[in-house]
Design a binder for this molecule. Structure first.
Ligand code: ATP
Ligand code: MG
Length: 475
């Protein structure tokens, strides 16, 4: 069936590309993600154009036409050229034919036809092309029934899936990522081929794996992707710490919950409330140390004492493994993992102001995110129980808001600086200054004094005197 997609390429840029290609007497086509996303009504600013000829030449000529000559980025090794126009990024490449070697996902490339180029694409829905030739402007080229798959929401490889995944194993991650991101199903024999080829993932760089993993994490229901990673056996290879969360052990008739499925529930829960990648990572890692801290005790049954502490300690290793940034994002995730039990613990006991102040102090400006994590962590098969906990949790939120309003601990700065302490007691920097500072902070958090300058000052004088120091008071 003939299908024309002109209505998806109304930007004048596409007509200009068409004219430039015409002038050079080469054929040009939009291909891949842009076409797929246009048909799915997903906004897409990355446009791939394949030309039957020299892509770099067409890109240069287009830039000249657009008055942005010299603003073309050329990747000579790949034979591609990229330029930016308005908020779009357009990449040009000559049509290519690819063949693969066993030990590398980087193919041997030669010039090819449009059909060759479509053959090398990973999924039928990614092999769709739109003709930019003047007389066929907007015509869809769909050699593998990609449109049908789009409608059926199916991921299918154009060629034999075993060869497709073995050639470039990154495609296994991409399949699972698209399934999660778009809510598509992976065709059965494709899924099988992924399981069979799972060990080939070892030839893919960690950075590329992590890119796809992050896209899975950012998808509307990330559990979809993680379950596929689990079922195909990829999870065990790329993320063994998470795989270990799976399973239930039973001793004396007592079992614990399956922490893998619990973690996925927490991740799905949190994804309703945040699209912050790092907060979602905190959900993934909040119970990561449950397997190594698991004990069975006669009276209590299963315990995971200290899993929050050990979990926080595991974060740097996991970030390093995934080549994630070892910066303040990592520290943020660590902090959330460390503190994830604290807000919910406040539900169970009578809440004292000092417990609230301590939590506010430790969480600082991440307190809101911690509460989102903690709320997402309320999971149970029993909806009445969940509702009860959520209601109790509202009280914690309320109490936190009240104490913060009153005591301003969230962005707490010591009311008395170290310099001031040194001046008052004529001290050099050293242990004593630290002790006094610490004691003032403790007194404020405990509630023995209020969080203001005057009370802190009086307290400092007393503490100093107790330590045998003499204040130099001017006035
Ligand atoms: P997104 O931009 O959302 O990540 P995409 O499908 O556009 O998704 P890109 O990496 O931008 O992904 O690639 C553009 C196109 O190149 C794809 O649509 C697909 O046709 C092709 N492609 C990308 N990676 C591969 C691969 N590993 N194997 C085969 N074809 C690929
Ligand atoms: Mg893209």
């Amino acid at each position: 069936m003939h299908k024309n997609l002109q209505k998806h390429i109304t930007n004048k840029l596409f007509t200009i590309i068409s004219d430039v290609a015409e002038k050079h007497q080469v054929q040009a086509f939009i291909i891949g993600g842009f076409v797929r996303d246009a048909l799915l009504n997903r906004p897409c600013k990355d446009i791939d154009v394949v030309v039957l000829g020299n892509g770099i030449e067409i890109a240069k000529s287009l830039a000249k036409q657009l008055g942005i000559e010299g603003q073309v980025t050329i990747f000579k090794n790949f034979g591609t050229a990229m330029l930016k126009y308005e908020d779009m990024e357009i990449e040009f490449v000559g049509a290519r034919k690819e063949s693969y070697r066993k030990d590398s996902r980087k193919p041997i490339v030669e010039n090819g036809t449009l059909a060759d180029d479509q053959n090398r694409r990973d999924f039928t829905i990614n092999a769709l092309a739109i003709n930019l030739q003047r007389e066929f402007f907007g015509d869809l080229l769909d050699p593998f029934k990609g449109i049908e798959d789009l409608n059926k929401k199916v991921l299918r490889t154009p060629l034999d899936p075993t060869i497709t995944y073995s050639d470039d194993p990154l495609r296994m991650m991409r399949a699972i990522r698209f399934a999660s991101q778009l809510g598509f199903e992976i065709e059965k024999k494709s899924l099988q081929a992924i399981s069979e080829n799972k060990n080939r993932i070892s030839i893919v760089s960690m950075e590329r794996i992590t890119d796809e993993l992050n896209k899975i994490i950012l998808s509307p229901l990330p559990s979809v992707g993680f379950k596929l990673l689990f079922e195909t056996g990829l999870l065990e290879i790329i993320f063994p710490q998470m795989q270990k969360l799976y399973g239930v052990e039973i001793i004396n008739g007592k079992g614990h919950k399956d922490n893998f499925f619990h973690t996925l529930k927490v991740l799905d829960n949190i994804s309703v409330n945040t699209s912050n990648l790092w907060l979602r990572w905190a959900a993934i890692l909040h119970d990561i140390a449950k397997p190594p801290t698991k004990r069975f005790e006669e009276i209590q049954g299963w315990t995971f004492h200290g899993h929050e502490d050990k979990g926080a300690k595991m974060v740097p290793g996991i970030f390093n493994q995934f080549k994630l940034p070892l910066n303040e994002k990592m520290k943020y995730v660590q902090k959330l993992v460390l503190l994830h039990l604290r807000p919910i613990a406040l539900v169970k006991e009578t809440i004292t102001d000092s417990a609230i102040r301590r939590l506010l102090f430790e969480a600082g400006e991440d307190i809101d995110d911690l509460l989102i994590l903690c709320e997402a962590d309320i999971t149970s098969k029993n909806p009445i129980k969940v509702q009860k906990y959520l209601d109790n949790f509202k009280l914690v939120r309320q109490k936190l808001a009240e104490v913060e309003e009153k005591d301003k601990i969230r962005n707490w700065q010591p009311p008395i600086t170290g310099e001031e302490i040194m001046k008052i007691f004529d001290l050099k920097p050293g242990r004593e200054v630290g002790i006094i500072k610490n004691n003032i902070r403790e007194a404020i958090l405990e509630g023995s004094i209020h969080n203001n300058y005057q009370e802190a000052f009086d307290y400092m004088i007393e503490e100093g005197k107790k330590m045998g120091l003499k204040p130099i008071l001017s006035c």
